[in-house]
Design a binder for this molecule. Sequence first.
Ligand code: FAD
Length: 491
Amino acid sequence: MTNVKSISTPHNNRKATGHDVTRLSDGHLEKVTSWGEAVSGMSYVYRPSTVDALQDILMLARRSGRTVGFRGGGNSYGDAAINSENMLVDLRRLKRILEWNPATGRIRVEPGVTLAELWQYVIEDGWWPPVATGTSMTTIGGSAAMNVHGKNAYRVGPLGEHILEFDLMLPSGEVITCNREENQDVFHAAIGGFGMLGIFISLTLQMKRIYSGLLDVATEPKASLGEMFTFFHEYAADSDYIVGWIDSMARGNALGRGDVHRANYLPPGADPQPAQTLRLENQHIGPNLFGVVPRSIIWLFMRPFLRKSGVQLTNWGKYLTDNLGGAKRYRQPHVQFHFLLDYVPDFKKAYQPIGLIQYQPFIPKETAHDAFAEILSLCQRRDLPNFLTVLKRHRPDDFLMSYAVDGFSMAMDFRITRENRQRLIWLTREMDEIVLAAGGRFYFAKDSTLRAETAEAFLGPERIAQFRALKARCDPDGLLATDLWRRLFER
Ligand SMILES: Cc1cc2nc3c(=O)[nH]c(=O)nc-3n(C[C@H](O)[C@H](O)[C@H](O)COP(=O)(O)OP(=O)(O)OC[C@H]3O[C@@H](n4cnc5c(N)ncnc54)[C@H](O)[C@@H]3O)c2cc1C
């Protein structure tokens, strides 16, 4: 490893940070859940607010014989940020903006800064995060560890392509700087390496220049999956963002019908009042639905719609309304276009008492249409509807544990009940087979059901061996682990 930063030893800082580095305390034992709440575990949870305290925690893990996992905003749908019966470090308190250059759009942040905090910090200077996930509650560290994508993945790739450099703390406490020249193998593996090589303690990113607080948005209903694909094919080259919302209950010729939304940045001069539209107060989602129902309780009204008849009614109603309205074009604040899912805070509560899982396969463009059609029909035959189905376009990238393809992904949210739990697992097994046969891949941020052999089948033994070798180099004592790591890679 090169460029090791000099840091004080955990031993010297024991008093300063207040952590007893000799034993685990039951006071730290907590139940930790996946974002969808369907997966959980008991962990010793630590919340350091300084890098020194983080070192103490690594020392504690070493002494107590436990493994350590990391957690950002806890927005992964499966077990990526859970480390059952071991230690879990919640990094949300490491959240300083370390450097910002409004002339170049380069920013250096601590890992616990959220996407919401990031866009709020840069927008008034005319910049926007190059990659935005469907929720802004994600942290930059957690997003780098999963190499997240946005609705523009086909144009700009995943977040990793916009990370210029990061400092990674290894389990030994050593800090290495990684970029495209220095430690480049670790750079390409820690991004998307689900926290298994070390801890991002600072990250430098390049923001995207914008000339307005508004996007030019167009929406259109599409009568079938084929029409959806044609739309992506025709418009991808000319659109900064495209996303499709699929009615998962439509059958026959209407299978895969839905709406497509595309959006473009406004060029310089197109917004008569950019200084105004870029102001924070003009980037809001709005406190109420229809001006009446507070957003915080909308999830209560969603509950009845998460049964099969409700899903049918909602999808049908949405499609009908959109169809009657036809194509629409309007200008919309960035926040409203990107963070639709934040519109209903805690919408996951509607899935209680057990929760939800998501299934998001990535399939090459040549086979994606037929594979997704087969998956949609299979869900209908198995009587397991999903409430939210989202279609996106992607492009390949050069990160070691990449999930991306030159193709499409289709994300589906499934509600878990006592009655359907086992059937859902069987369904995911059947879908896995369709995805593998179509040459597809999987995304660990969304996964909770994959088996080790399926992970090996899509990543290939060589890539896994390369990742294991890097892990052995960065983490020779095997201190880093999560439930996801044990489920898919430890056997
Ligand atoms: C409503 C919703 C919408 C979403 N939309 C999208 C989307 O559009 N596109 C997309 O790609 N994903 C999406 N996601 C998934 C989400 O972006 C990822 O799971 C992301 O990793 C979550 O970030 P987080 O901060 O919550 O990380 P967590 O879920 O807490 O952790 C994710 C991983 O990062 C590791 N980690 C966390 N911090 C660090 C660190 N500092 N150093 C090293 N490892 C670390 C953890 O160990 C874990 O393996 C969505 C999730 C939700 C709930």
